[in-house]
Design a protein around this ligand. Structure first.
Ligand code: ADP
Ligand code: ZN
Ligand code: ZN
Length: 754
């Protein structure tokens, strides 16, 4: 067979289409899918890209360029990864280069990866016990040196006949409490010698193995139901109330997979959650367990990447705990993917492209590996539950908490009435204060949930109602008291706190609404003796800040923890009995067709943090609308009713999962040009899709960072071919891009927007 003479290359650029290059004869053997190559690009640039495929169809272009060189002996990405990239680009209508940028650790670090070396100390030869005793005797006059040698022997357990074991120099010196210069004479005398060995950059504590926990009867039944469903279905939804032991069931499923030599990917929506679960996993599975999220540095990411690619069962990772980007790791042998808290919207990447949904992409990835997927949640997404009810997924339900612990008692506190009767203390109802008081008296812990960070969502002139807004975005600035500034949560713009109104110059500026920072301030006044901490985007900027706060709470060094949705998910604290939801109204009134589903999930999940062990938990939900339907359902923990109401509503008004949605946002710095171009696209879309097109319209936030925004929403029937529809959408966008002046537009496509 003649060799292929052309290769399609994926370059890390936001440009649609692939780039074809000629393959020079001398490197033809090494140009294979997945290897990195360097190629000329533009007039005088050199770029490195990934070979997607090779072929013999000469492209109809003049001056076809040639590949310069091949950068990898073994492909940088394997065939599963390549297939996943192509699927994501295809399904989410983004460029392959954008997927590449998101998926591959930075180019430079892949190249410069060198294992870090550490000095180890070992016996220079296999001494006999006799020889060692004599040596120790001769060191009697040098007791510090003697100490080092005996510490080495103690740590390694060496005796004649056993293998020589190197131990880290740093460890030896600290155990013997000696400085390096005491070690020198020992190596000079030829008793000990030093060697350099690669170490892992990641903080790896020595792990011990603990057998997995015995499942309760209900859990064992659920486990059975899952494994038997897997005989016929590739995906099972585990709907289990909070603290029913879903994690323990996952652990059993993981053990099963590791035993037969398969890899497992365990996905979580939030970095904060990984810190608790990783310990639970390592306890059972030891050092084959790796963790992956965006807070790692590039060299650390490369290290994890290499260990996932490492197929040696002793040194490679077999189990990865990670957030959405862990999908892109070089798995070669997946048997199971667990998507925990599957309903969580953090699984959807918003910006930049690829705007992929990690749950849905995980199902795709599992399919490529012929692996199984388990989706877990206490309040599944309407989409997944619908798939389970339809029989597309298996369904396993766990309706009791482990150990006969009751679900927490829910108390609805009416803020409107409390304000009217002047019973509110700051933002706290008597019901909440009372519950907190009782808990603090018993040295139990409390979580307060408020979905807004900062001190107050905006400030206002009490004379004329003027509100400071961002100079670049159409949003109010949020007041952050700690830094004494107004901050835009969309672009980070900050401004000083104005002393006077910008409109009428009155000095009566007042704060409106409340965020986590204000709650923290006020609670310290109400409960001056309590130890209070806050967990939100502002207090968790450092890599280890999550684990620090969680650890402090676990060790009961915090009585009251205030936080945003970061604290709502998956955390398991023994002594936490009271949860307060400070303002349910701003969840329920969010302008989105998923608002009710989300509020239910969020409240159910925050509540699930309370009373997970012996003590009965209590949840106080503050709202001005106690009759609200969702609030009534939360009261009864009635997920199924919530689902059927939502499903009905979405069917009636044609929303997902009963249709597919594609959202196109168009941005321009000039408002009238934006209107002009968005009308062109809107008309074109309507000519193709008719009534399925909504817009163009201005979104709630109509300007961000000086860019004005319009959106067009297209609803496509489930029965229609998504492939065809997507081609038509791309076609319309490409026609718009050819319009004069359209290059100053930014166009983004979002498939299944969240
Ligand atoms: P979920 O993931 O459903 O919220 P978890 O798996 O975190 O629930 O379980 C809640 C708590 O109960 C955890 O502390 C867990 O260790 C404990 N637990 C659950 N099942 C068992 C079991 N079979 N044996 C011992 N402890 C269990
Ligand atoms: Zn004013
Ligand atoms: Zn802004």
């Amino acid at each position: 067979m003649p060799e292929n003479s052309f290769a399609d290359i994926i370059l890390p650029l936001a440009v649609r289409g692939r780039f074809t290059y000629r393959i020079p004869g001398d490197i033809a053997d090494s140009v294979r899918p997945g290897v990195r190559v360097s190629v000329p690009f533009g007039s005088n640039k050199i770029c490195s890209g990934i070979v997607c495929n090779t072929h013999n169809n000469k492209p109809a272009v003049r001056n076809l360029k040639s590949i310069i060189s091949v950068l990898d002996a073994v492909p940088a990405i394997n065939e599963y990864q390549l297939k996943l990239w192509l699927w994501i680009s295809d399904y989410y209508l983004c460029c392959e280069g954008e997927v590449m940028k998101a998926a591959l650790p930075s180019e430079a670090s892949l190249d410069n990866y060198k294992p870090r070396l550490e000095t180890y100390i070992k016996l220079s030869q296999k001494f006999t016990d006799d020889e060692l005793n004599k040596t120790l005797d001769t060191l009697a006059k040098a007791p510090r040196q003697q100490e080092i040698l005996s510490t080495y022997l103690r740590l390694t357990g060496y005796s004649s006949g056993s293998e020589i074991m190197p131990i880290a120099k740093s460890l030896l010196l600290s155990e013997a409490d000696c400085s390096p210069n005491i070690l020198e004479p020992l190596t000079a005398k030829g008793i000990l010698s030093s060697v350099s060995m690669p170490v892992t950059r990641l903080n790896e504590s020595d792990s011990y193995r603990e057998p997995v926990k015995k499942l309760s009867e209900a859990q064992a039944a659920a486990y059975e139901s899952i494994t038997s469903a897997f005989k016929f279905k590739n995906i099972v939804l585990l709907h289990g109330v909070t603290s029913s032991g879903k994690t323990e069931i996952y652990i059993h499923l993981i053990e099963e997979q590791l035993k037969i030599g398969k890899q497992v990917l365990y996905m979580l929506p939030e970095i904060a959650l990984t810190t608790q679960i990783i310990l639970r996993l390592k306890k059972h599975f030891g050092s084959v367990t790796g963790i992956y999220h965006s807070r790692f540095s590039d060299p650390e990411k490369v290290e994890i990447w290499k260990r996932v690619a490492d197929t040696d069962p002793l040194t490679g990772y077999r189990l990865i705990l990670g957030v959405r980007s862990s999908l892109f790791l070089p798995f070669s042998n997946l048997g199971l993917i667990i998507v925990d808290e599957e309903h969580d919207n953090s699984y959807k990447q918003q910006d930049p492209a690829p705007r992929y949904h990690a749950r849905d992409s995980a199902i795709m990835l599992a399919g490529l590996h012929k692996a199984k997927t388990i989706l877990g949640s206490a309040s599944p997404s309407v989409e997944s539950y619908n798939n389970a009810v339809n029989g597309k997924y298996g369904l396993t339900e766990l309706s009791e908490r482990y150990g006969n612990i009751k679900l927490p008692e829910i108390i609805i506190a009416n803020t409107r009435e409390a304000y009217r009767k002047k019973l509110m203390v700051s933002h706290f109802t008597p019901e909440l204060l009372n519950a907190m008081d009782v808990a603090l008296g018993k040295e139990e812990q409390i979580i307060l949930f408020q979905n807004r960070r900062g001190f107050s969502p905006y400030i206002e002139c009490s004379e004329c109602g003027w509100i400071p807004v961002c100079v670049q975005c159409a949003v109010n600035l949020t007041y952050h008291k700690g830094i004494g500034s107004l901050v835009c949560h969309y672009c980070g713009y900050t401004a000083g706190m104005p002393s006077k109104c910008g409109n009428c110059h009155s000095t009566g500026m007042v704060t409106r609404g409340f965020g986590t920072e204000k709650i923290e301030d006020d609670i310290k006044i109400v409960f001056p003796a309590a130890r209070v901490a806050r967990m939100d985007q502002d207090t968790t900027r450092n890599k280890n800040s999550f684990s620090k706060i969680i650890k402090a709470f676990e060790e009961r060094r915090i009585d009251i923890l205030i936080g945003t949705q970061m604290i709502s998910k998956g955390l398991d604290f023994e002594n936490l009995t009271v949860v307060g939801i400070l303002n349910a109204d701003n969840l329920l009134n969010y302008p989105d067709f998923r608002a009710h589903e989300r509020s239910f999930q969020l409240m159910e999940q925050v509540s699930g943090r309370a009373g997970r062990r012996q003590k009965l938990g209590k949840v106080v939900i503050q709202t001005s609308d106690p009759a609200n339907r969702i609030i009534r359902l939360i009261l009864r923990h009635d997920y199924k009713r919530m689902f059927s109401l939502q499903a009905e509503e979405r069917m009636t008004f044609n929303y997902p999962p009963f249709c597919r949605m594609v959202k196109i946002s168009i941005k321009h710095k000039d408002r009238s040009l934006l209107n002009y171009y968005s009308e062109i696209l809107g008309k074109d879309m309507k000519a193709i899709f008719g009534k399925r097109v909504l817009g163009p319209e201005s979104p709630v936030i109509s300007q961000v960072q000086l860019w004005y925004i319009k959106t067009i929403l297209i609803k496509i029937e489930r029965e229609k071919s998504p492939v065809k529809a997507k081609q038509l959408i791309i076609g319309a966008i490409e026609r718009l891009e050819k319009e004069k002046g359209a290059s100053s537009l930014k166009i983004a496509v979002d498939v299944d927007p969240y």
